[in-house]
Design a protein around this ligand. Structure first.
Ligand SMILES: Nc1ncnc2c1ncn2[C@@H]1O[C@H](COP(=O)(O)OP(=O)(O)OP(=O)(O)O)[C@@H](O)[C@H]1O
Length: 245
């Protein structure tokens, strides 16, 4: 018997007026996998994230999270998702712990339960010793780690990250990428939107998105074949961004 995927996107389309941002997108994310949603600027990655988090809705297609239909059963589906958006959403003038507590409260958690969940989430990202620091005092990499910890407070099955390394230096980028790969190795299902091929490991699943369409889903090693993933990606997408086309 096959297991229900962590995330299944079936024939999803979305248009902004006359512009078709997503066109019949289908893919599945197996549980405990790191899956890169790889696409150049304008491919539709953020649009897809907006649909997965119900910031946008579409009548065309279907999205299921751990078997729960996002349109029919949004509470159950959304409860199983943790999200790190492209734009940071932290209160810089309060401590890491207060930020985390606020978020726990949004999920209906308080008191000891909240503390235990927050501690565990910070621990997973090696951020526990920073709990008392003001967010403003943290560097970009630590702020991102904190946002990832925050997205894990309610123990989601699927973690969505939209270009989470934007604006980080090379060392912080590498560290965040490694941390999230570790989370997948521990059993979390991860969808990581990026246009940066070097964030992807050979065994990762990759969904190549270009101009709103899925060009391919396979492991990075399969897509790279005898060559490099970057060459295969450039060949598939023509090497130019939608914005520049
Ligand atoms: N609110 C909007 N109104 C009209 N068109 C939009 C809107 N948002 C996005 N688009 C267009 O839809 C397409 C997909 O955009 P989207 O932001 O989802 O891509 P992306 O892969 O996330 O790119 P980026 O990496 O630049 O964020 C692009 O052509 C973009 O110009």
């Amino acid at each position: 018997m096959t297991r229900t995927p962590a995330l299944r996107v079936s024939n999803v389309s979305l248009s902004y007026g006359a512009r078709r941002a997503l066109d019949d997108v289908s893919f599945a994310l197996e549980r405990g996998r790191f899956c890169a949603l790889l696409g150049p600027n304008g491919a539709g990655k953020s649009t897809l994230f907006s649909l997965l988090t119900r910031l946008l809705v579409t009548r065309e297609g279907r999205i299921e999270v751990a078997g729960f239909d996002l349109a029919r059963d949004p509470r159950a589906a959304l409860a199983r998702i943790g999200v790190v958006f492209q734009q940071p959403t932290l209160d810089l003038d309060t401590t890491v712990m207060r930020n985390m507590r606020y978020f726990a409260a949004l999920h209906g958690m308080a008191g000891r339960e909240a503390t235990a969940r927050i501690d565990a989430a910070l621990e997973r990202l090696n951020m526990r010793e920073r709990a008392g620091e003001k967010v403003r005092a943290l560097n970009g990499g630590h702020r991102r780690r904190m946002e990832i910890a925050r997205a894990l407070i309610h123990a989601p099955e699927v973690l969505l990250l939209d270009e989470p390394t934007v604006g980080l230096d090379t060392a912080a980028r590498r560290s965040i990428t490694a941390h999230v790969h570790d989370l997948a190795a521990e059993g979390l299902s991860v969808l990581w939107a990026t246009h940066l091929v070097d964030e992807i490991e050979p065994s990762d699943e990759v969904v190549v998105l270009h101009r709103g369409r899925v060009l391919r889903q396979a492991t990075a090693a399969e897509i790279a074949g005898e060559g490099d993933l970057i060459d295969a990606f450039i060949e598939m997408t023509g090497g130019n961004d939608e914005a520049a086309a």
